[in-house]
Design a binder for this molecule. Structure first.
Ligand code: AMP
Length: 939
């Protein structure tokens, strides 16, 4: 039977010598899971250990060579060799290797992961001897263990079976066989199997772990007794997080990390702040008592607070930053990644080795929130890679009040999403803190070695309700009956150390009372805490400035020409697409003074002038290199070979770095990443560009919870610029509006700037202002589409060189103010429609004023421009957006304050509408004509 199968196989067309790679691939699949290949192939591969003495899981290249040799040998010799070795005993040997593989694949399903013992585990037959036609009768027989990394070539089956159970079904459940990269898999196997997932820790480490648990428990008990009923989102149940984080940071520092950035939600945060970051407990107690730092404006609840400190490790001090966090779960993850990327860039570290991101997730949230998927997708991309993130799930097995797995997710584990990037996942029972420390070090080493994400699923429970005022028995009665009787992690581990004779009862009691005394004393409880000296940027030059701070933005025309010559040229070897070539030829003519400048030219010059100052620029967006509307072409694509060339990277030796990336197709995570980047790097002009402005809707959480309010809540400055294409050009509901009204509605406290530049000179000076001025606040730009090529929207080099962004632009035509009967105020593209129509009408009784910065409203500038129209009683705000949108409702109070007392202010624009714009071009055109006519016709 076998012989005929082999013959058929070998003589089949698959088996031409050129198909060695195919067979090799099949063989790899077979090694990972024998069931993943057909019965035919399995039968053949099962014989391989006896073919020329090559073992099953031998290294890849040997196997490949083996297949090649076989291809040369011809069918019959191969078959003969294979068949000669197929004795009964060797079939068992193959089964043993399959058993090892089964444990590697599915051992986690039998692991002891749930401290409460409530998980109902399915019986996995592959983990039973009988499934592999083995039995206890074979226990004494020694088998070759293949690649099982126990440090022996062979073992009696009984010993092997015990070892497999200990390694793969103990307190750690390892999921890593979904990784296709053999090196990574072998690396994990080596680390796991060599110590049977249970390394021996020395006394100091064990005592250190206990101290961490004492601190975790002591902190919560203390808060619980001092501030009963106050919300603290207790860590209790997940206490292992504290020794885990401390160990992780120490291990990171020992391995060369200089900074660690942590993101986490509210659960356990106060504990982490005090017991890891070293926040002074007395400050926290004051916060419980209602005191707060007056400098922080609106402020935020204490369990959202960030913190920074340094932490001593054997490798030197490590700077720690815990990111501020809103209640919106999981959104902090891309923020942390962005912050890490900024720090890595500042250190000139491209492999992620010096800065480590740690993100701490909830079990319901990691499975439920889409932004997690976005960050996994970003994790290996050019623009967003950070050398891997260590992701920890505090898996308390309940999401608020949802505990049934069939209600919270559709997968067995909450961490299955991580498989999309083939991240290894280590589930660990949080009541076994040594197992926790084992996987923690393993996870960090994996991240450092392979520069990829890794996940630790800390399976624990939540001792109280969602918060301390909550009654969890109402919704989770069985779970909480169990929790009530369950000893705290400190007790469990102290008992273990007592039993091991590592520590005596008296020492444990002293540890507990010393910790309590330290809290009473109100001093920092983290021995490793150090005053902050290791963070790499000084924010003080940017503190205390407002948008109207005086700065010198002027630039000479010679300099503009010099920059233009650099960035509008490229090596001869770069062959441009003819349309792009035309853009570049035009730009050369523009800087030579032969043509007025267009938008793209001015924007590119702005960037060149900034990198020329030695500052960094980072721009991401789905189509940023080219520009959605074909106007930018900052990245040139060589038509000969597809290579790219970025002229802005060739401005001068020693210039600032210039990075433009076409981003992954995400708004939420990408914008959050850029927020994180810009809050960590004031020396970079960080820009996120929407393809169309309303795509920013997908990032509304970032806009609401971070950009608009981050400074007010947390005192964190951010200079992020959003370029949001906006304008009514008949492209329908989704491509017209960047939802200006939403940004305006969130304006207060000078929290950000909302600008609608209408000329190339304005965009040039607006971009430069954002960087040259020492103020760092978000800049929201309603950027143009058709204006990019509008014949009237041009500027001269002289206008660029003025170096001033005009918040208000007065009348440009020769109109005698005394003849003016009506003043029309507007922003953006509609200005050109109004101007064009007024010229056609040959009107001289209407002045048109552009407000280029809607917020902070430029009261002084507008007063100056409107001085000449004090006699005018008829004032109009004209906009393209429907009446319930655009600036009319949100900025009207500013318009009223700008016009003379007693004057009339009316609206010219589209009627209120549920949809941002009509879908039919003909109706759009009618509406546009009507609103322009309305604005210009004096009744
Ligand atoms: P970090 O490196 O994030 O831990 O920050 C270290 C210190 O720099 C903080 O404690 C703040 O004093 C300051 N800092 C960091 N980021 C900002 C920011 N976005 N705005 C203002 N100050 C900041």
């Amino acid at each position: 039977m076998l012989e005929s199968v082999m013959k058929a196989w070998w003589e089949s067309s698959h088996m031409a010598g050129g198909n060695a790679a195919y067979v090799e691939e099949l063989y790899e699949a077979y090694l990972d899971d024998p069931q993943s290949v057909s019965q035919e192939w399995r039968t053949i591969f099962d014989q391989l250990p006896k073919v020329n003495g090559v073992e099953l899981e031998t290294n890849h290249s040997q196997i490949r060579d083996q297949f090649r040799t076989m291809a040369k040998l011809g069918p019959m010799s191969r078959v003969a060799t294979a068949v000669s070795g197929a004795s009964g005993g060797d079939e068992k040997q193959v089964k043993v290797l399959q058993l090892i593989n089964a444990f590697r694949f599915r051992g986690h399903q039998h692991a002891n992961l749930d401290p409460l013992g409530l998980w109902k585990q399915e019986r996995v037959r592959d983990l039973e001897l009988s499934h592999h036609e083995l039995s206890e009768a074979d226990f004494d027989r020694a088998f070759n263990v293949g690649s099982y990394a126990i440090g022996k070539d062979s073992m009696p089956l009984g010993e092997l079976f015990k070892s497999l159970n200990r390694t793969y079904c103990g307190s750690v459940g390892a999921e890593y066989m979904h990784i296709t990269n053999t090196e990574q898999k072998r690396w994990i196997q080596q680390r796991f199997e060599s110590v049977q997932a249970k390394p021996e820790f020395d006394r100091d480490t064990k005592v250190g772990i206990l101290k961490g648990l004492v601190a975790a428990d002591g902190m919560e008990k203390y808060l619980g007794s001092k501030f009963p009923g106050a919300k603290r989102f207790s860590l209790e149940g997940g206490d292992a997080l504290i020794p885990m984080l401390k160990n992780l940071i120490t291990h990171a520092g020992t391995n060369g990390a200089k900074e660690v950035v942590v993101g986490m939600a509210h659960r356990g945060r106060l504990n982490v702040l005090v017991n890891v970051l070293g926040k002074n407990p007395s400050v926290l107690f004051d916060e419980f008592a209602g005191k707060h730092d007056e400098s922080l404006g609106a402020g935020d609840v204490k369990y959202h607070a960030g913190y920074s400190s340094d932490y001593a490790t054997p490798g030197g001090n490590v700077h720690l930053a815990l990111a501020f966090n809103p209640s919106h779960l999981e959104i902090v993850n891309p923020v942390v990644m962005g912050s890490v990327r900024a720090r890595l860039d500042r250190r000139g570290c491209s492999d992620g080795s010096t800065v480590v991101p740690i993100t701490i997730h909830g079990d319901a949230a990691i499975a439920g929130q889409g932004v997690v998927q976005e960050t996994f997708n970003m994790s290996q991309t050019r623009a967003f890679a950070v050398g891997g993130t260590v992701r920890i799930v505090i898996n308390n097995q309940v999401g608020f009040t949802t505990s049934k797995r069939e209600d919270t997710r559709s997968t067995q584990y909450c961490t299955d999403i991580a498989k999309m990037v083939q991240a290894p996942i280590f589930h660990v029972n949080a009541d076994d803190p040594e197992a926790v420390i084992f996987v923690t070090q393993l996870a960090l080493d994996y991240r450092n070695t392979f520069k990829r994400d890794v996940v630790i699923d800390l399976v624990c429970y939540r001792r109280h309700g969602h918060n301390e005022a909550d009654e969890p028995n109402a919704t989770q009665p069985l779970m909480y009956q169990k929790i009530k009787k369950h000893p705290v992690p400190r007790e469990i581990y102290a008992d273990q150390l007592l039993a091991e004779g590592i520590i005596d009862k008296h020492e444990v009691e002293k540890m507990v009372s010393d910790y309590r005394a330290a809290l009473d004393h109100g001093a920092c409880v983290v021995e490793e805490w150090r005053p902050m000296t290791e963070h790499s940027v000084d924010w003080s030059p940017y503190l205390g400035h407002d948008w109207d701070v005086i700065y010198d933005g002027a630039i000479t025309i010679d300099k503009l020409r010099e920059l233009g010559e650099k960035i509008f040229s490229y090596p001869e070897s770069v062959k441009l697409n003819s349309r792009v070539n035309k853009v570049y030829e035009d730009r050369k003519a523009m800087i030579a003074g032969e043509k007025p400048l267009d938008w793209g030219c001015a924007e590119m010059l702005a960037y060149a002038s900034i990198v020329d100052l030695g500052k960094r620029i980072r721009m991401t967006g789905q189509d940023s290199g080219r520009g959605t509307f074909f106007h930018r072409h900052a990245v040139l694509h060589n038509q000969k070979d597809g290579s790219t060339y970025m002229p802005l990277q060739h401005v001068r030796e020693g210039q600032g770095p210039m990075e433009i990336y076409d981003s992954v197709l995400s708004e939420e995570a990408v914008m959050a990443f850029e927020y994180g980047y810009s809050t960590a790097e004031p020396g970079c002009l960080t820009i996120w560009e929407a393809q169309f402005g309303d795509f920013a809707n997908g990032a509304q959480v970032v806009i609401d919870q971070f950009l608009s309010s981050g400074e007010a809540k947390w005192g964190r400055l951010c200079g992020l610029t959003l370029l949001l294409p906006h304008g009514y050009e008949g492209q329908g509901p989704e491509h017209s509006s960047a939802r200006l009204e939403r940004f305006l509605q969130m304006c207060a406290d000078h929290n950000w700037q909302v600008c609608v530049p209408s000329t190339p000179a304005q965009v040039f000076n607006m971009i430069r202002r954002q960087m040259v001025r020492p103020m760092r606040r978000p800049l929201i730009v309603m950027s143009p589409k058709s204006l990019l090529r509008h014949a009237m929207a041009t500027s001269s080099l002289e206008e660029l060189a003025e170096g001033v962004f005009k918040s208000v632009i007065g009348e440009v035509d020769e109109i005698n103010p005394t003849k003016v009967k009506r003043v029309v105020m507007c922003s953006g593209k509609v200005y050109y429609d109004l101007l064009d129509q007024r010229r056609k009408n040959e009107q001289d009784d209407v002045a048109i004023i552009r407000i280029e910065q809607l917020y902070p409203f430029p009261h002084a500038e507008i007063a100056e421009v409107l001085e000449a129209y004090k006699h005018v009683q008829d004032w109009v705000w004209c906009q393209e957006e429907p009446q319930n949108q655009g600036a009319w409702y949100c900025s009207q109070h500013h318009f009223w304050s700008a016009i003379p007392d007693g004057a009339r202010l009316t609206y010219a624009g589209r009627s209120a509408s549920a949809s941002p714009a009509v879908g039919y071009v003909s109706i759009h055109n009618q509406q546009q004509k009507a609103l322009v006519d309305d604005a210009l016709s004096i009744k």
